[in-house]
Design a binder for this molecule. Structure first.
Ligand code: PLP
Length: 389
């Protein structure tokens, strides 16, 4: 085979994937690595998609999405956040991934720098590299409540810095930024002339605190707030999300969609419309389950003295296991204790020594998985580079 792009072949494979592949097909493994709801998509959404298919929504749509879907998104932004926008400020995308990657691609030229969270969702790193940009990780430190530190961010901004990526509610930390911090981050982006890409795909999965959308305080068209149907409505496989941005940014994102995906799938767009305009009690019910699982997990960990972060949002618990090689820890945990979870190092160098447990599994599985994890920490953490916990 002729040689392929160095840029693409040089991007590392996700460490979570490795664990998922090792766990695949094994009935005896407790699955706590999963990053998606295990609920079925609510039936009124499925029915709407079937109706849409019968009604002929089987073709390309405009690059930025069907007009009725963009209208439904505008109504949702006003209802939930008091944000008044027109459809030209909305781009319907192929999941949240599609919104983040095209906003990033539209913002940078080769060699520009992108500030990404550490620990943070691994795809930011991949997306920046593939766009020809240079990812720079800003640390989220436990002593600062795992929130971005503006002084530290300031020290990282250079002449080539173009984008700041933020994520709240956070994967993997479960932090929900206080509204004042969201405003301060937007001010920061303004002061340093950066584009702020605000990943808000977990915006509806909040247990404590209030989610403030960054686009609500955009001073001059520099904020891109990204949302998704995936987590909110248990629709990961449908591949539909949306971004709210300045019209000029939306035009460029739509152009990029023409190049890469044409548009989000038409039936999935109609399903998103039904999700946004239909009853919302399904979202509340799913959140209640995640919250119960959170309480159970944190209680088990607290009782056994394992340091962890109690999440206010998203559906993950960040646990300190005190090993130096979290991937090796996760591999051994899987083979010896039959528990799959996400190694912290996958989320960036600051994640070493930690693992991420997902709260989407049934309570019995969570209980069993956490008990086995606790048992493993004493032995395995030592074997995988010294236990500091
Ligand atoms: N952002 C974060 C922080 C995520 O965890 C994910 C998925 O795991 C996404 C974005 C993208 O999700 P989707 O493309 O399914 O909307």
């Amino acid at each position: 085979m002729p040689r392929l792009s160095h840029t693409v072949t040089g991007v590392p494979q996700s460490g979570i994937r490795e664990i998922m592949n090792l766990a695949a097909g094994r009935q005896d493994v407790v699955r706590l690595e999963v990053g998606e709801p295990l609920f079925a998509t609510p039936s009124h959404i499925v029915e709407a998609a079937i109706r849409a298919l019968r009604d002929g929504f089987t073709r390309y749509t405009p690059n930025a999405g069907l007009p009725s879907v963009r209208e439904a998104i505008c109504a949702r932004m006003e209802r939930d956040y008091g944000v008044r926008i027109g459809p030209d400020s909305v781009c319907v995308t192929v999941g949240g991934v599609g919104g983040i990657s095209s906003a990033l691609r539209a913002a940078v030229d080769a060699g520009d720098e992108v500030l990404i969270p550490d620990p943070g969702w691994p795809n930011y790193y991949m997306m920046a590299v593939v766009a020809g940009a240079i990812p720079r990780r800003y640390p989220l430190r436990p002593q600062n409540g795992y929130l971005p530190d503006l002084d530290e961010l300031r020290s990282m901004v250079g002449p080539r810095t173009r984008v700041l990526v933020v994520n709240s509610p956070s994967n993997p930390l479960g932090t929900v930024f206080p509204p004042t911090l969201v405003e301060a981050l937007v001010d920061f982006a303004y002061a340093h002339d950066l584009i702020l890409i605000s990943d808000e795909v977990y915006d509806r999965i909040v247990y404590e605190g209030t989610h403030r959308t960054a686009c609500a305080c955009d001073p001059d068209g520099r904020v891109v707030s990204v949302f998704s149907a995936s987590k909110t409505y248990a629709m990961t496989g449908w591949r539909v999300g949306y971004a709210i941005a300045a019209e000029g940014m939306v035009r460029q994102m739509a152009k990029l969609q023409e190049a890469y995906v044409s548009c989000a799938p038409a039936p999935a767009q109609k399903a998103l419309e039904a999700a946004l305009t239909g009853p919302q009690d399904c979202v509340d019910a799913m959140c209640r389950t995640y919250r119960e699982n959170r309480d159970l997990t944190c209680q088990l960990l607290t009782e056994r003295g394992i340091p962890h972060r109690r999440p206010e949002g998203a559906f993950y618990v960040w646990i300190r296991v005190g090993c130096r090689d979290s991937t090796e820890f996760a591999r051994r945990l899987l083979t010896r204790y039959r528990v799959a979870l996400a190694p912290g190092g996958t989320f960036g160098p600051s994640g070493e020594g930690y693992v991420r447990v997902s709260l989407v599994s049934p309570p019995d599985a969570i209980r069993e998985g956490v008990v086995r994890l606790v048992e493993a920490i004493g032995t395995l953490a030592g074997q995988t580079g010294g236990c500091e916990a």
